[in-house]
Design a protein around this ligand. Structure first.
Ligand code: SF4
Length: 345
């Protein structure tokens, strides 16, 4: 049997021609489009104002690769971790992170990850496959529905910081953002979206050439090649020199500031030399740095520094006029924090 086309691969024009083939009234096409993108149904049968024959036609002739929510865990701090099941039986995770000012959806871009950052639980899983654009979209739509249900508010921010390296699934990530920002779909502002990369220089240049309007974050974790390569083997082929050149180019083209993510590890990247290297890097182009509290991942030797060291590190950066923010991890008790997503829940 020939593979059926995914219904969400259809453009509005495609749907119009399908509807015309069936001699149905043309406004049905817009209705179907709205069900798919504006109302975000995940079953053709939920398109309740369509005639049954029309629903049957789309059910029989197209596939619908919707995500299902398999399990939700709620942390004592309100963070909710979602385990989603894909149409072909894979599991991925997304997180709803509530703070006093924001409702953030942290979403995955791949099933597992091909990179092997030493401190990360996802990296230990290996990469199974890329997520399709509509599977990435579904995570946002489902987490948004939960936010509305619990808080009576839509999500305010989206971060591509869950499982996977977004820039190694470039096309699907860009296409998911197209629909997340589409006025006819989720209508989020690109300025509310952050894509976080472990650092693929070539793809950062591509983002600049594609005139990306969302925010870019680089998981830096060390401003020194030797240290960074030890933590993140991707640095061997994408060293700091190449990343800095790519970021300079990105800023030149987009005029958008960069965010550096920096998980602070005891006795690894929390020294005076690290402060100096970071300060130098942050002075190149407009940027801010998020210093992130580490959560222990079983099977690694990484630890977080004690509170005093943590505070001293931040104070030294502030003294150097670096734009620094502290990110305390949330959802620790349910393994929903940074670097902990590994389908354990
Ligand atoms: S930190 Fe991100 S890029 Fe690195 S292994 Fe984990 S999921 Fe992959």
């Amino acid at each position: 049997m020939a593979l059926q086309k995914n219904i969400r691969e259809l453009s509005l024009e495609d749907i119009k021609s399908e509807v015309a083939k069936l001699n149905e009234k043309s406004f049905r096409a817009q209705q179907i489009w709205d069900w798919l993108w504006k109302k975000q149904v995940r079953l053709v049968d939920d398109m309740s104002n369509l005639p049954k024959e029309l629903r049957n036609y789309f059910k029989e002739n197209f596939s619908f690769h919707a995500l299902q929510t398999d399990h939700i865990q709620v942390s004592e701090d309100g963070t909710q971790k979602f385990r989603f099941k894909t149409f072909d039986g894979h599991f991925i995770e997304g997180v709803l992170i509530p703070t006093s000012t924001r409702l953030t959806a942290c979403i995955s871009s791949q099933v597992g990850c091909s990179l092997t950052c030493r401190f990360c639980a996802t990296g230990k899983l290996g990469r199974e496959r890329n997520l399709d654009f509509d599977e990435i979209f579904d995570q946002v739509a489902i987490i948004n529905q939960k936010a509305v249900e619990v808080y009576d508010k839509k999500i305010t921010n989206i971060v591509y910081m869950g499982m996977g390296e977004p820039l190694l699934n470039y096309k699907n990530v860009m296409r998911s953002i197209h629909f997340i920002t589409l006025p006819d779909a989720l209508a989020m502002s690109p300025s509310r979206i952050t894509v976080s990369t472990a650092g693929i220089a070539k793809q950062i240049i591509q983002l600049a050439d594609d005139n990306a309007k969302f925010n870019l974050a680089l998981s830096l974790h060390a401003a020194d090649d030797l240290k960074r390569s030890k933590m993140m083997p991707i640095n061997d082929n994408n060293n700091l020199e190449s990343l800095i050149a790519a970021l300079d180019y990105y800023f030149l083209k987009t005029k958008l500031p960069i965010t550096y993510e920096y998980i602070l590890f005891h006795n690894i990247n929390d020294g005076l030399d690290d402060i100096q290297n970071l300060t130098k890097l942050c002075r190149r182009i407009p940027s801010k740095i998020n210093v992130i509290e580490y959560n222990t991942v079983e099977g690694t030797n990484f630890r977080k520094p004690d509170e005093k060291k943590f505070e001293q590190f931040i104070a030294a950066l502030e003294k150097n006029k670096v734009n620094v923010r502290v990110r305390r991890s949330r959802g620790k008790d349910i393994d929903a924090a940074c670097g902990q997503l590994a389908n354990k829940g």
